[in-house]
Design a binder for this molecule. Structure first.
Ligand code: TMP
Length: 201
């Protein structure tokens, strides 16, 4: 089973992924956590390239192709073999991030991303959980960090990304959102209930 977590920067995905994987492990289930871009040696190199500041204009389609190079490698090397063994894979972002960031945020056609996803024969999540916070709160939460290339994007950009995530939720029954303003414990509890209900685990 593949579960992905989505949300704009500072949403608290990583904390929730850690808590969820501990809950699964307590039930005796084997859990593999991966992040995107990244998760393999090749993918992590792509991640560095993707997040590093550059003086050149990063073409949004170059971004998509880099993200898909990393995603293909991750799917073949880690996701598929683990799913085949019956393990749970939790992804810190997956292809919905490309739809939200590169399509809604930067104007790439949604159909193009869907097409390459299909043609590359990459796994699809059984469930995607959006930790929903608004762009202002995101700004506030990440203000202490040394920002990477993506974190330097404008508030308007993150509003478009957020809008993209909301569209995905409206149009997809396997894409659900949780209010990210709640406490860590409450969010974790809601995720557990949601996963039990949707996926029976
Ligand atoms: P992270 O630090 O939360 O792992 O995120 C990496 C950055 O990459 C984050 O700013 C979102 C961005 N990203 C995209 O723009 N498109 C994608 O498809 C993915 C997976 C990440």
């Amino acid at each position: 089973m593949l579960i992905s977590f989505e949300g704009i920067e500072g949403s608290g995905k990583s904390t929730q992924i850690k808590l969820l994987s501990e809950k699964f492990e307590k039930k005796g289930l084997k859990v593999i956590c991966v992040r995107e871009p990244g998760g393999t040696l090749i993918g992590e190199k792509i991640r560095d390239l993707f997040l590093e500041e550059t003086d050149e204009i990063f073409n949004p389609l170059t971004e998509v192709l880099l993200l898909y190079s990393s995603r293909k490698q991750l799917d073949e090397q880690i996701i598929r073999p683990n799913l085949a063994e019956g393990n749970i894979v939790i992804a810190d972002r997956f292809y919905h991030a490309t739809i939200a960031y590169q399509c809604y945020g930067k104007g790439v056609e949604v159909g193009f991303v869907e097409y390459i996803h299909e043609k590359l024969n990459i796994s699809k999540p059984n469930l995607s959980v959006l930790i929903d916070i608004d762009p202002q709160l995101s700004r506030q939460r990440i203000s202490q960090r040394d920002p990477d290339r993506m974190e330097k994007e404008s508030l308007e950009f993150f509003s478009r990304v957020q809008e993209g995530y909301k569209r995905l939720e409206e149009n997809n029954k396997d894409f659900v959102s949780i209010d990210g303003k709640k406490t860590i414990e409450k969010i974790s509890e809601e995720i557990e209930i949601l996963i039990a209900k949707k996926l029976n685990v």
